[in-house]
Write a protein that binds this ligand. Structure first.
Ligand code: 13P
Length: 253
């Protein structure tokens, strides 16, 4: 049985003192019980090191929300994989729909970032998902197939073992419109089948596929109860310790 992984994407929220407060509250809430799943928080770059320091001796792992694929150089405003590692973080969200749409990241750029993260020793949380227009146009599976295939170009099966996939339908992000458990399960099963074709049945059985898009304490248990949903990537509901802790409690035990 795959262990579920609950990750919180803080997006562009929480300055340093707010980050300290939220991490301390999560740590206090988690130490009381066995989480039963893996927990990752992804704060803004400016809070990574501090959050990592507070999260020490707790089940909380720390991830970043983006990185650049070059080692270093004249890339004003960018952050490298080795810089992220030096803050103590272990994961990095790549290919988020906000990066794709607002910042114009292509599948090819996302692939370069995934390759770089893996070679540096960071675990990518690789996001994919269709827009409302694509869903209504009946091209969801084509879109997902292209994003997964191109994003994982030249990734070996051994490397795939360090990747978490996150299915986030764009129409469900920050909209309060969650995919129904059946809608999410259908795409998760499709993704797992695609991993069988691109890699192997063993790799597909092992890979964690999170769902993201308006996950809340009220809908988490039903989503996380689906056979191919192995965790959640939470936005809005991870900004309050109580609601994030409730989602963590909903994971498969
Ligand atoms: P919401 O949970 O706010 O819909 O955001 C989901 C998301 O984008 C996580 O990466």
């Amino acid at each position: 049985m795959r262990k579920q992984i609950i990750a919180g994407n803080w997006k562009m929220f929480n300055n340093l003192s707010e980050s300290v407060e939220l991490t301390a509250a999560l740590k206090a809430g988690l130490s009381a019980k066995d989480a039963g799943c893996e927990v990752i928080v992804c704060p803004p770059f400016t809070s990574l090191e501090t959050v990592h320091t507070i999260a020490k001796d707790s089940p909380i792992q720390v991830g970043a929300q983006n990185m650049y694929f070059e080692e270093n150089g004249a890339y004003t405003g960018e952050i490298s994989a080795s810089m992220l590692l030096s803050t103590g973080c272990t994961h990095v969200i790549l290919g988020h729909s906000e990066r794709r749409t607002i910042f114009g990241e292509s599948d090819a750029v996302i692939n370069k970032k995934i390759k770089k993260a893996l070679s540096a020793g960071l675990k990518p949380i690789f996001c994919i998902g269709e827009t409302l227009q694509e869903r209504e146009g009946g091209t969801t599976f084509d879109v997902i197939r292209k994003q997964v295939t191109e994003g994982l170009q030249n990734v070996s099966e051994a490397e795939l073992g360090n990747i978490i996939l996150a299915y986030e339908p764009v129409w469900a992000i920050g909209t309060g419109k969650t995919a129904t458990p059946a809608q999410a399960q259908e795409v998760h099963a499709f993704i797992r089948d695609l991993i069988v074709k691109l890699f192997s049945a063993a790799a597909a059985e092992k890979i964690v596929i999170q769902y993201g898009g308006s996950v809340k304490p009220e809908n988490a248990a039903e989503l996380l109860g689906q056979p191919d949903i192995d965790g959640a990537l939470v936005g809005g509901a991870c900004l309050k310790a109580n609601s994030f802790l409730k989602i963590i409690e909903s994971c498969r035990k």
